[in-house]
Write a protein that binds this ligand. Sequence first.
Ligand SMILES: [Zn+2]
Ligand SMILES: [Zn+2]
Length: 319
Amino acid sequence: MAEQRVESEGHFEMLWDCDHCDTKGLLGLSQRFCAECGGPQNPVKRYFPKEGEQRRVDGHKYQGADRHCPSCNTPMGAQGKNCTHCGAPMDGSKEVRGVVAAVAPPPPKKRRWWLVALVIGVIVLIIFGTWYRFIRTKSAQVAVTGHRWVREVAIEQYGESQESQWHDQVPNDAEGRMCSKKERSTQKVKTGEEECKTERKDKKDGTFEQIKKCTPVYRNEPVMEDWCTYTVRRWKQIDSAKTSGTGMSPTWSTANLPPADTRASFGAKRQGKKTETLTLEFGTESCDVSDPTWRKYTDGQKVKVEVRASSDKIVCSSL
Ligand SMILES: [Zn+2]
Ligand SMILES: [Zn+2]
């Protein structure tokens, strides 16, 4: 919208129909009185001509909207000091009412209020229903029936691996880089064409101005960049040592694990990331929880929790 180009296509005659006889399509600027019966123009009833039938006013100098003669109501040009119809002075005259150009008439508002109310009602009902069925909770007492744990140590090996990245994201130690062009993004490019619409503006002096508003048309063009494949030496997970059990004293695997501080050399192994999952059991239900929460409760302890009102399922975050 910021790039809109606005161009005036000139001034054209508004039209009017005579109130006194049945003459139609009189010219707003050059026919101030009916060519047939001499009746004065009623500026309130001016209208835009049909598309393609407008008559240009060459060299029109716009001097302002017409004003009604305070005495006889005849529309006068903005410059006139006295009414040319009745001679009364134009002091205190009022500007004529303009016509709003109907470029693209807004879509008729056929929506009835009850339809809007119905739609809102259905949405509210769906929201309420969802809350009632799935979100609503109530308090309940449950007993802790057990503590479960799983501990896992990743085992990593140092070796070559092949990776691919955009040219500007390839790591510095990459070797054997091979790149080819690939579409990374798109950019908007002007096609040189414009999309234009024409608006008509009532100048309220018997003419209207035709204004052309144009915006450039864009198309998407691919942005090609280098996509590279290369090899790097990295620690990579190849296996893991897992232990699991019940009770409150979890242990890490004591199997033949490589040391955690192995130096990086081709084929070397080391311990990687350690992960732990702690679970509280409540009969058939269970919750994965943090270490402090897991240790807070003992087996057999009664715990006050929130449960889903619809399904009695424990809300684990309420522990
Ligand atoms: Zn007439
Ligand atoms: Zn007058």
